[in-house]
Unconditional design. Structure first.
Lengths: 458, 502
């Protein structure tokens, strides 16, 4: 099976629109082709060669100033399944309570189309096996246990609505990730451990050799971590660690719902400089390392949208509903509707600075180099107090020189305060992901007085 | 009502299709094979601020084929409808075998399956009231009444009432002669109020945070939650939290309510005792485990009053079923008994790798789209004795009663955790006194469970459903339940979050 071509997707959607009895109808068709191999130190543990469809029908009946609205979806695209979804959505919507705040569906728009990467789509298990074999051999040479993921995915989304909107786009993604660690239950607290990942838009951009070299050498270097007491410390956060923090700003920080409810750091502060002047952030699906869809969950066009300029925060990102509620422009950040979650900035790009790695370490002076953060979560949303653990190599830095490893530490830190304490930004941003979901482009950040609150083995 | 989303299925043809996939795989040279057809239907309704903001009725149907060849595993999956799956079977089998052949040379140790998957039979969740046959108007009325009672105070900036109903039907065939058919139904819901006062925003949820609470069963589960009857209390507590002091830091006695204990069990007992984590196969994303393969029988996991039981047969459990996705029959076993670690949770592959003869039936996949992996089953803290009131009455002044998860974080070896609850109360005079916000406690798993000196009794014990357990890479979501009664822990460290929060 292949992803649906634009014409084919529109044809299916048009059939649903033609059959709909609703005042407004929106059809979203998502397609995905996915191949992955997950591996441990004894070889591949799971793999999948799979494809999936999701056709969602959103229907709306006018009621006074608003709409009665509902959605239903089908994982199959045959006529009976698709019309079954339409029927379920209509039944739900007819009995729904009206939403007076709902805005009408948007009309025709022009968006830049995109096609899947054929080499990424065709990347085989045999080729993934070559990546994995190279990683395992290198790990075995250093007596490390390797594990990770080789994955290629192509996806498409088509949205057609009864107001005349017709948009279609495709994305591609390729990933090679390697974690290597000493064997045993204490691997990550007594032995050495490190991860590295290359996530790119096209399979031929994936830096397999770089990932292997980075993970293996860092894990070897992380062996025998020293015991260090928790407390405030200056840190150089590598991009993976930055991603684990910044991903929490997408919805809770920059989204209109949290802004309205008062739980966002933006509430009452728009136009103020609340972060370090070193920090600039945009939501940018056009970035060459992201290449996201050029439209949101309602088909509204989106492009590069500034969020923070030299520490000064702009207004929240919106969708049709929240733009109407707050009297703001629709910035094109809607999830697939209807949804309670509110808009979010899903293509964050933290602007590069001008400091090389050596310059960052030199400016850090004495502190810690943190490669990765694990299981970060929100203690308090307004100041974005986050807690989580270091992972995959924490190194002492003395006089700008990277020294030995230390044991993992827990932090409890306001992200608003941390972003206000940035004292240097790296000159190379890369695409990285987070355990809690989401990917962004970020450089390394030097942050003063980061609050570590306990040790892994306390 | 929505038309019944899962029509009466021609089971024999589903079984035949699964069987044909397995037979073709074996004919083409597989060493072993299984096939699953999975059909899911769900109904999600969420009222937000008085309007129906989420009303979704997704259906999903597909086939997964898994083959074992030359010590490696291949997996391929494709969506329905039935005719499409019929046409896809041969291609899926060929793709499975091809990927297994490509990956086999990489296996340092061949995959070995523990035990056999030769069970035949049917299983269906006991349902008193089919949730998909209850009129939609009645469901919305139930939510709307709860939503209205969450309002009426100017401090409330967001109120939410929701329910989710799910039915999964699965047909499975194995090359060892297994043939099973299961119909699993679960239901649940929640309410939530977010209040703002004095520049503070606080949330209060019932019966639990995140998605709410769920049990296997029909609409009777939703009715029993009494969302409307709890709405005003939830609203008032959300407002009161905005005026409450932040829980002070320091070391003191902690009593955890059942909902919070369920999360504590999930993170610090459920995950570290998954055998694939113990074996290091999850290290690349979720992490490993502080527990070693040789620890059962010797590791002191907690105090003598602490016992954990795994049970995929317990009534109401979200992982209560006939067989896991390896085709192995459900069962009950001790994970920790009287404080000592007894066993890990395993599937056929992890048990085989560990040299065990049988699996513990915890291998599960998210629908048809993903390969099965070891998942936490229903893992519960065994009840002790006495009521919560008795426990409060015998607890010293200054102790904290905390409940309902607000945020959670635990390290990659499941040692150091830090959890924040929605609500806390200081204990004075043997009862709840001052309300406290952001009670945040931190500890180390084994040390924490050794600090438990009392678990309340069966009258306080109940199952709590978890519907958002993420694991694997790519991530899969699974559901399970944890039974708990409130319990007391001595000398727990509370974290200073007040200095970061205005």
């Amino acid at each position: 099976m292949a992803l649906l071509e634009e014409d084919h997707a529109f044809e299916i959607a048009d059939a649903v629109l033609a059959a709909s009895e609703a005042d407004e109808t929106e059809v979203t068709i998502n397609c995905i082709e996915d191949r992955f191999v997950r591996f441990g130190h004894e070889g591949p543990t799971q793999s999948a060669d799979r494809e999936r469809y999701d056709l969602a029908v959103r229907v709306r009946f006018r009621d006074g100033e608003g709409f009665r609205e509902a959605k239903a979806s089908s994982g199959a695209l045959d006529e009976a399944s698709v019309l079954g979804a339409l029927g379920r959505a209509e039944i739900l919507a007819r009995v729904a309570s009206p939403d007076a705040g709902a805005a009408p569906l948007g009309g025709p728009v022009e968006v830049e189309g995109s096609a899947p990467s054929r080499p990424t789509q065709d990347h085989s298990f045999k080729e993934k096996a070559e990546w994995i074999e190279a990683a395992l051999r290198r790990c075995e040479g250093e007596s490390l246990h390797g594990g990770g993921l080789a994955r290629t995915t192509v996806a498409s989304r088509s949205i057609v609505n009864s107001a005349g909107r017709r948009v279609h786009g495709a994305t591609s993604r390729a990933e090679f990730a390697l974690t290597c660690a000493d064997a045993g239950a204490d691997a990550e607290t007594v032995g050495g451990s490190a991860s590295s990942v290359s996530v790119r838009c096209f399979v031929d951009q994936v830096d397999v050799e770089g990932v292997i070299e980075d993970a293996v050498t860092s894990a070897v270097r992380a062996r025998g971590p020293a015991d260090v007491e928790a407390g405030p410390m200056d840190v150089l956060l590598e991009p993976q660690a930055v991603a684990a923090l910044m991903t929490f700003t997408s919805g809770m920080g920059f989204g209109a719902r949290g802004f309205h409810e008062g739980s966002s750091f933006l509430t009452g502060r728009v136009g103020e400089r609340i972060f370090s002047e070193h920090l600039s952030v945009a939501d940018d699906p056009t970035h060459p390392d992201l290449r996201g869809l050029r439209f949101d969950g309602e088909g509204t066009p989106r492009g590069c949208h500034p969020l923070v300029s030299s520490g000064t925060v702009h207004g929240p990102v919106t969708d049709a509903f929240w733009a109407k509620q707050l009297g703001l422009a629709n910035t094109g950040h809607s999830p697939q509707q209807p949804s309670t979650s509110g808009p979010s900035a899903g293509h964050l790009v933290v602007a590069e600075g001008d400091l090389s790695r050596e310059e960052l370490l030199d400016r850090l002076g004495d502190g810690l180099l943190v490669r990765q953060l694990h299981y970060v979560n929100v203690v308090e949303p307004r100041e974005l107090v986050l807690t989580g653990m270091t992972r995959g190599g924490v190194f002492r830095v003395r006089g700008g020189q990277v020294g030995g490893a230390i044991g993992n530490l827990r932090f409890t830190q306001s992200l608003v305060d941390a972003l206000g304490a940035i004292d240097g930004v790296g000159d190379r941003a890369v695409r990285v992901g987070s355990l809690m979901g989401g990917e962004l482009v970020a450089p390394a950040l030097l942050i003063r007085g980061f609050q570590f609150t306990s040790k892994a083995r306390s | 009502m929505v038309t019944p989303p899962v029509k009466s299925s021609p089971s024999h043809s589903m079984e035949a299709l699964a069987r044909s996939a397995v037979d073709e795989a074996m004919a083409r040279g597989a060493d072993a094979a299984d096939a699953r057809l999975v059909r899911c239907a769900e109904e999600r309704l969420v009222i937000q601020n008085g309007a129906l903001k989420e009303s979704d009725a997704p259906e999903d149907f597909g086939i997964a084929v898994r083959v074992f060849k030359d010590g490696a595993v291949g997996f391929a999956a494709a969506p329905g409808p039935y005719s499409a799956m019929q046409n896809a079977v041969s291609g899926l089998v060929r793709r499975c075998l091809a990927s297994a052949r490509d990956l086999a040379p990489l296996r340092r140790v061949p995959v070995r399956l523990a035990g056999r998957a030769d069970a035949c039979g049917t299983f269906a969740t006991p349902v008193e009231e089919d949730p998909f046959m209850v009129p939609l108007e009645e469901k919305l009325d139930l939510l709307m009444r709860a939503s209205e009672r969450l309002g009426g105070r100017r401090e409330v900036v967001s109120r939410l009432a929701g329910m989710s109903l799910r039915r999964e039907e699965q047909w499975m065939a194995t090359s060892e002669g297994g043939s099973t058919h299961q119909v699993l139904v679960r239901s649940g819901g929640r309410i939530e109020a977010i209040a703002r006062a004095r520049g503070v925003v606080e949330r209060r949820s019932y019966p639990n945070a995140l998605e709410g609470d769920f049990r296997s069963g029909g609409f009777e589960v939703v009715r029993a939650l009494d969302l409307e009857g709890n709405a005003e209390r939830v609203r008032d507590e959300a407002i009161a939290l905005c005026h409450a002091d932040i829980c002070p830091p320091g070391q003191r006695t902690l009593i955890l309510g059942g909902g919070q204990l369920a999360l504590q069990i999930h993170e610090s007992v459920g995950h570290p005792t998954e055998l694939d984590r113990v074996l290091g196969e999850e290290r690349d994303l979720a992490g490993g485990s502080f527990a070693a393969q040789t620890d059962p029988g010797s590791l002191e996991y907690g105090a003598a009053c602490v016992s954990f039981v795994a049970d995929s047969t317990v009534p109401g459990g979200l992982d209560t079923r006939g067989w896991d996705d390896d085709g192995v029959a459900s069962g009950r076993f001790d994970i920790v008994r009287d404080g000592k670690l007894c066993a890990f949770q395993s599937g056929r592959i992890s048990a085989g790798r560990a040299g065990a003869e049988t699996s513990r039936s915890v291998s599960r996949a998210e629908g048809w789209y993903a390969p099965p992996i070891d998942r936490i089953t229903n893992v519960s803290l065994a009840p002790g004795h006495g009521s919560l009131d008795d426990l409060l009455a015998e607890t010293e002044d200054g102790a904290i009663l905390a409940d309902t998860i607000k945020t959670w974080s635990i390290d990659q070896e499941r040692r150091n955790f830090q959890f924040t609850c929605e609500v806390g109360w200081e204990i004075r005079g043997g009862r709840r006194s001052r309300l406290l916000r952001l009670p945040t406690y931190q500890g180390s798993t084994l040390d924490f469970w050794k600090r438990c000196d009392r678990v309340t009794g069966p009258e306080e014990w109940r199952l709590w459903g978890v519907v958002n357990c993420g694991k694997g890479n790519p991530m899969q979501v699974a559901e399970m339940s944890h039974g708990a009664a409130p319990a007391r822990f001595r000398g727990v460290q509370f974290v200073d979050v007040g200095s970061s929060v205005s």
